[in-house]
Design a protein around this ligand. Structure first.
Ligand code: FE
Ligand code: FE
Ligand code: FE
Ligand code: ZN
Length: 186
């Protein structure tokens, strides 16, 4: 069989739902909340390692600040689970595990300094964008389900993730990428 045939049959394949699959929007919503709480808890552990490997003080400060913010987001999710009467047990988020792993290997592949800082910004922006996408969807689901109090808690987190993304973009454009480019010229 040609390689493309295998790829086609794979992409055309219908996915059979597991018996534990979410049967309604509410279940899907709870499932995705469990995913994001797992992701946030993983970040509480991963972000300090990124800060430790960064050089630029502003970048270190931005990441350290986001660790605190992330701890608050975990607490906010605990509140969400309580409001919904659901357990706050997380469910492995493959995407965040992958993003964190990528961040780790990109740090290993660079030397400490402006280039590694640029790599850290790159990895953390991918992380923030994943979170922005997740919380954007979660807010929409909460509103659709009439969970207004939950929706506003999730909206508060969404705003924090957007702010973190902006701060990272600023630190990248203000100095780090320029220093990294200068290093290339040397
Ligand atoms: Fe977060
Ligand atoms: Fe996920
Ligand atoms: Fe990738
Ligand atoms: Zn974040």
């Amino acid at each position: 069989m040609k390689k493309t045939d295998t790829q086609n049959s794979k992409s055309n394949r219908k996915v059979a739902a597991k018996s534990s699959a979410a049967s309604g929007l509410r279940e899907l919503f709870i499932d995705e909340l469990k995913d994001i709480v797992y992701a946030e808890r993983a970040l509480v552990k991963a972000l300090p390692k990124m800060a430790k490997n960064a050089t630029e003080p502003k970048l270190i400060a931005a990441i350290e600040e986001h660790v605190k913010v992330t701890e608050g987001q975990v607490q906010r999710l605990d509140q969400v689970f309580e409001l919904l009467g659901e357990s706050n047990r997380g469910k492995k988020c493959d995407a965040m595990e992958g993003l964190i792993k990528e961040g780790e290997s990109i740090m290993e592949e660079t030397e400490a300094g402006p280039v590694r800082d640029a790599a850290i910004i790159s990895a953390s922006q991918k992380i923030e964008h994943y979170e922005i996408a997740s919380y954007g969807t979660l807010v929409a689901f909460a509103k659709t389900l009439g969970e207004d109090e939950v929706a506003s808690l999730l909206e508060a987190t969404l705003a924090e993730e957007k702010e973190a993304d902006t701060l990272l973009t600023d630190s990248a454009y203000n100095s780090i990428n320029f220093e990294a480019a200068e290093e290339d010229e040397n």
